[in-house]
Design a protein around this ligand. Structure first.
Ligand code: PGA
Length: 271
């Protein structure tokens, strides 16, 4: 990471400064229950983070995106929770990256463990989705993580997922990837969830970086952003960012209340 960027061209400086800000992505999952509640939640967050130094993304259910887009919310970028691997056609129930782009969406979560678990999404399906999301010039937020907590992180599951999901990514697209270390055992709504420590996170992100270097070469891989996802809240976020090597977080439960999410963002920017 570059430290002082004041000597750089303005466009390059803005890019680097944006990348240095923590990237905080709300994954609302299948919440809230009504469009009214979705508007209130997004508006409430938007109004309270005006001086924030974080890049904040809200990944809302598809059906709320048009209304959220029409509000032109300050300080918030829109994201989606999935996208299909084609532009248009006979794919009942699916939504294409291009359709999302037309609604102002910039980020798309792909391969969330809940989709693997409930909808049997495979790494190969996610791989196709990643390619199409990149092709549409959207940013894929790709979830990677092991099912069960291991005594010692071997990286085997992580490597298998990364290789299968990221194979075929063009070198020039690699720096547009956002990779989330998302251990399933740490997701707040999973039974018996336990919090990951910053050390768990740092060790796994270090492995992910090594694998990315191997796959794409160090130069291409340096631009990848690494986030953490799993039971983050206002109490643990600062530690995860400072000691866990994460450049931001994918936040589930704590993104569903204005006060909780704003407090998390505030803590994330105080590190
Ligand atoms: P959580 O969800 O913050 O509620 O644990 C995170 C995730 O699903 O990635």
């Amino acid at each position: 990471m570059v430290g002082n960027s004041s000597h750089l061209r303005p466009s390059k400086r803005i890019l680097i400064e944006t990348m240095q800000k923590p990237l905080i992505i709300a994954n609302w999952k299948m919440n809230p229950g009504t469009a009214r509640a979705a508007i209130d939640l997004a508006t409430g967050v938007s109004q309270q983070i005006s001086k924030s130094k974080a890049q904040v993304v809200i990944c809302a259910p598809y059906v709320y995106l048009p209304q959220l887009y029409s509000l032109n919310l300050k300080n918030i970028v829109l994201g989606a929770q999935d996208a299909f691997w084609a532009e248009q056609g006979a794919y009942t129930g699916e939504i294409s990256p291009k359709m999302l782009k037309n609604l102002g969406v910039k980020y798309v979560i792909l391969g969330h463990s809940e989709r693997k678990r409930y909808l049997s999404e495979t790494p190969e399906m996610i791989n196709r989705k990643i390619h199409h999301v990149l092709k549409a010039r959207l940013t894929p937020v790709i979830c990677i993580g092991e099912k069960k907590k291991q005594k010692k992180q071997t990286g085997k599951e992580i490597k298998d997922q990364m290789v299968r999901m990221l194979v075929g990514t063009e070198k020039e697209d690699v720096s547009r990837l956002v990779l989330v270390y998302e251990p399933e055992w740490a997701i707040s709504t999973n039974e018996g969830a336990v919090e990951a420590t910053p050390e768990d996170c740092a060790a796994s992100i270090a492995m992910m970086k090594e694998i990315a270097d191997e796959m794409f070469g160090r130069e291409a891989a340096t631009g990848i952003r690494y986030l953490y996802g799993g039971s983050t809240d206002k109490n643990n976020i600062a530690n995860m960012l400072t000691n866990g090597a994460a450049q931001g977080a994918l936040v589930g439960g704590s993104s569903l209340k204005v006060t909780d999410f704003v407090a998390l963002i505030t803590k994330a920017t105080m590190k």
